[in-house]
Design a protein around this ligand. Structure first.
Ligand code: AHR
Length: 356
């Protein structure tokens, strides 16, 4: 457990015990004995990935009526303007709390100020915002910098291991990089991870850096497009005059893909093109999120590394709201602990216990 999270949960437990609120229901009783639900407006990014779907489900089941909440859920369909609209509606509705999963880091000052002026605390979840921290109560999510660093360090180790196993040094390492939504913390920090590693390794090169917007469909299309535009047909004539044509694709040694769904899109494109990937000999596939279908692919050796990004924030948001209801300001930044799964070490048990 990181220091911040340890502190956060220790404090939370103390407050909850002393206030005797260790009940399943967070709602408060009104004077006439009725239960008053806590209203929470949640502006969600969209439903672009399996991670996001699991995150929405986690929020809906943790902030349910039987647990004392009225959740007003808004899917922004990956458009920041929609998030502005929903936050302004939450303010008009005078919700008790606003939870914002921001699409990108920038552009939040005005709406956050409006919420603050209205006296509604805002909890930022998942990606971060670059606004003045005074404008929101706290942030909760993944350590995206650490995710990028772990992926890059693992790749250095994997290349060294392959060189040892084969006795052949890599002259060059060509990296095909698929980015998530530009300007999202998950994109900025994961991209930073691989870019820093390229600076450390002179024979590494990012030969393509394309935007897949975290969706499988877009990743598939841009990968196909890249392969078509950068391939050529090689024709070989044998002694009988028979011509054999082969499509030669650009050399790719590593795919660094900033979420699982985009990795699935790349895998589909590679399958169609006949490009071998995964295992100890194919293109090294690095993916982020570690949803169970990606871990299955990792177990089969089709993905080499899954870097975990945990979407189960619903109960964590409930804990933060519980703290705030009892007058305790949570830590400003609350990081969730996460791990990596390599094709060399992943096991069936790790996948069967997966909740998403
Ligand atoms: O911000 C978290 C990222 O957003 C996840 O990696 C991705 O799958 C999602 O869409």
């Amino acid at each position: 457990m990181t220091k911040t999270i340890r502190r956060f949960f220790a404090l939370m437990t103390a407050v909850l015990i002393s206030a005797s609120v260790l009940t399943a229901c967070a709602g408060e009783e009104t004077e006439d004995g009725e239960k008053k639900l806590i209203t929470v407006g949640f502006s969600q990014v969209g439903s672009e990935s399996s991670w996001r779907v699991a995150n929405s489900e986690s929020m809906k089941s943790a902030l349910s009526e039987d647990k004392g909440f009225e959740l007003i859920f808004d899917d922004a369909k990956q458009k920041q303007e929609n998030q502005y609209k929903s936050i302004r509606i939450f303010i008009q509705q005078q919700v008790d709390y606003i939870v914002l999963a921001p699409i990108t880091e920038s552009g939040w000052d005005d709406v956050l100020k409006e919420a603050k002026d209205a006296g509604i605390p805002v909890i930022i979840v998942d990606r971060q915002v670059d606004s003045d921290p005074e404008l929101y109560a706290c942030w909760l999510g993944s350590d995206f910098t650490s995710e990028g660093e772990k992926a890059a360090r693992w790749l250095e180790g994997e290349i060294a291991e392959r060189e040892k196993e084969s006795g052949v040094k890599h002259d060059k390492v060509n990296i095909f990089h698929l980015m998530g939504t530009k300007g999202a913390t998950a994109q900025l920090k994961r991209t930073e991870g691989i870019e820093e590693a390229v600076k450390r390794n002179p024979n590494w090169e990012i030969t393509a850096s394309l935007e897949g917007d975290y969706t499988e469909a877009q990743a598939y299309e841009i990968t196909m497009d890249y392969l078509k535009k950068n391939s050529f047909v090689s024709a070989v004539t044998d002694e009988n005059g028979n011509v054999t044509e082969t499509v030669v694709y650009p050399r790719i040694d590593v795919v660094y893909c900033e979420n699982d769904n985009m990795t699935f899109g790349v895998m589909r494109a590679f399958d169609e093109a006949g490009i071998g990937y995964g295992g100890k000999d194919g293109v090294i596939m690095i993916s982020f999120d570690a949803v169970s279908s990606a871990l299955e692919a990792c177990l089969e050796g089709r993905i080499n590394l899954c870097v975990e990004c945990n979407p189960l924030h619903g109960p964590r948001i409930v804990s933060i709201i519980d703290l705030m209801r009892h007058g305790v300001m949570p830590e400003k930044m609350n990081y969730v602990d996460e791990m990596c799964f390599s094709y060399r070490t992943v096991t069936e048990d790790m996948i069967s216990s997966r909740a998403y």
